[in-house]
Write a protein of this length. Structure first.
Length: 277
């Protein structure tokens, strides 16, 4: 097993200030596919000129994490893929450790790194822990287990990896954490830190939309409504409260929460997009 068995897929959107640390941590013999959620030809040229192992695909617009990852994953021709956030960096010898792990246990569908708290209680003699969910910043996929169907493209932001894990478990697939793979995640760093309010509004809108959509998908409308109702109630009254005391910033954030819930309940697509410079 060698570098021809693994491809890294990274989704970016205005992530140039973060992507270089990520790419520098990936061995140069590992093929890497970047899906940039824009039509930024300048970004594409920069990364492809600097990194010989990188192919950058421009999606043409901000299509979200799920759609962009699917674009990249459908181009993968290796046995395994690593879906990686642009603000994540691989630890030393991660790729070698992964190949060593696969030789011992290749029945997994999804595999996560040791950055997760769940592995802290693993006995020293136990390398794997079976789990129900993984965090989305770094997930190894056993491509032979999938039939070209990966992330649910209805999600724009949040819950994509939870939904993927749920579908894998429903099919009887194995999801593991491994304590010998170390990947660092900066967090909240996949987009340039400009237009903070727009980003905050975007996060709140999609968190609410995705929360309701996910629960409706697996538990039905009524249960999803009961789960989301406390957040709906809170967002409604906080929107009114901050309107009355003329706090536009917080009013807009809670209004976005309210809008995200309403749109998801009405069966509308996750249409909200931030206005970024």
């Amino acid at each position: 097993m060698d570098s021809n068995d693994l491809t890294v897929v990274i989704v970016t959107f205005k992530s140039e200030d973060k992507i270089h640390s990520c790419l520098n941590s990936i061995p140069k013999n590992i093929r890497t596919i970047i899906v940039e959620n824009s039509s930024d030809e300048n970004f594409k040229k920069k990364v492809e000129d600097k990194y010989s192992n990188v192919k950058c695909i421009l999606s043409g617009a901000n299509k979200g994490y799920a759609v962009a990852n699917n674009i990249g994953l459908k181009l993968v021709q290796t046995r395994f893929a690593l879906v990686l956030n642009p603000d994540a960096t691989l630890g030393k010898d991660v790729v070698d450790s992964f190949f060593s792990i696969v030789k011992k246990n290749n029945d997994f569908w999804l595999l996560g790194p040791s950055s997760y708290q769940q592995v802290e209680n693993l006995p020293e003699t136990k390398e794997f822990k079976e789990v129900n969910n993984l965090k989305g910043f770094a997930i190894f996929l056993n491509m032979e287990k999938f039939e070209n169907i990966f992330f649910d493209e209805n999600f724009f932001l949040y819950f994509e990896e939870i939904d993927l894990c749920t579908r894998v478990k429903k099919k009887g697939g194995k999801i593991y954490l491994n304590k010998n793979i170390s990947i660092k995640h900066e967090g909240a760093g996949s987009v340039n830190k400009v237009n903070a309010l727009e980003l905050e509004k975007n996060r709140n809108w999609h968190w609410m939309w995705s929360t309701f959509y996910y629960h409706k998908k697996y538990k039905g409308f009524l249960i999803a409504f009961l789960i989301i109702f406390p957040k709906f109630f809170s967002a409604f009254f906080k929107t009114i409260f901050y309107f009355l005391i003329i706090n536009k910033k917080k009013r807009d954030i809670y209004y976005c929460r309210l809008s995200g819930i309403f749109n998801s309940m009405l069966g509308r697509k996750a249409w909200y997009r931030p206005s970024l410079d």
